[in-house]
Design a protein around this ligand. Sequence first.
Ligand code: GUN
Length: 287
Amino acid sequence: MTELIDGKQIASEIRLSLKSKIEKLTSKPGLAFILIGNDPASHAYVKMKKKGCLETGIHSESFFLDQNITEQELLDLIQKLNKDPKIHGILVQQPLPNHISSKKVIETINAKKDVDGFHPINVGKALLGEEDGFFPCTPFGILRLLKAANIDLTGKHVVIIGRSNIVGKPLGAMLIQKKPFLNATVTYVHSKTKDLHMHCKMADVLVAAIGIAHFVKKSFLKPGAIVIDVGINRVTSEEKSRIVGDVDFDDVHDMCSYITPVPGGVGPMTIAMLLENTYKSFLMTCD
Ligand code: GUN
C-alpha cells in the first residue's frame, strides 16, 4: 500500500500552532517581501507567502519593484530593512533580473534576517549542523514532512536528483547530520551523472528536485522506495494549464511506500517553514 504524505495538512497544522503562539505575543514578527519585475510565477508565490503571514498573524510589508531598478537601489532598500526593528525577515524573491547579482543581494541581507536561509553564514551553519541559523525553507520542509510521517532516515540511502543551492545541496548536508531521525547516507545525482538510473534504483528515499516535469518514472525506483517530489512545473495540454511535479505520479505511485503529491506535498511546507523561520528570528531578537 502506498501512503500519501499530505503536506497541505501537515503545513496547516504547523501554521495553526504558529498562529496560536503569535496571538500571545505583545508585538508581532514582521516579514518584508521584495519582488522585482512581472514574472507571474514569482507574483503567485509571493501572494501565497503573504497569505500565510496574514493567516498566522505575521506583519508583512511588500516592495514591488520595477524590472529596471538598479542593483544599488535594491541594496539600499535591503540595508534600510536590515535596520528596521519591525522587520525580522527579508525575502528577495528569486530569480532576479540579469543585471542584479544574486550573490550581492543575498550577502547584503543581514544573516539574522535571512529567513530564506540563503546567506553563506546560514548555509555554513546548516552544513555544520548548528541550529541557531536558518535552514533553507524547502529542505527544512522536507525534513519536517518525513518526521511527520514518522520516517526515520537513520542508515537509509537517500538519492537527491538536483544540486541547486536552494534545495539539493543543503538538503544533503542536513540529512547526513549525526542527529536522531537523520544519519542518512546521501548520494547526489545531476545532469552530468553517469548512469543516473542505476543510482536512483538504489535509493530507499528518492528526492526529485530538478525542475523537469514527470522526469522520474517507475524504472527509476526500487520497489517500496519513498519518493519526495520537489518539482513545481507548469504544463499546458489541450489549452489547460496545470502544475505537475518532477515525478510521474500516475506511473510510480503503486511502486512506492510513501509519496508526496504535487500540488499539496512539499510546496505548502516551504511556506510553513518560511513563517516558522520568521517567528524564530523574532524570538532571537527578543532575547
Ligand atoms: N524562488 C523560488 N523559491 C524561492 C524561495 O524559497 N525563496 C526566494 N527568495 N525565492 C524563491
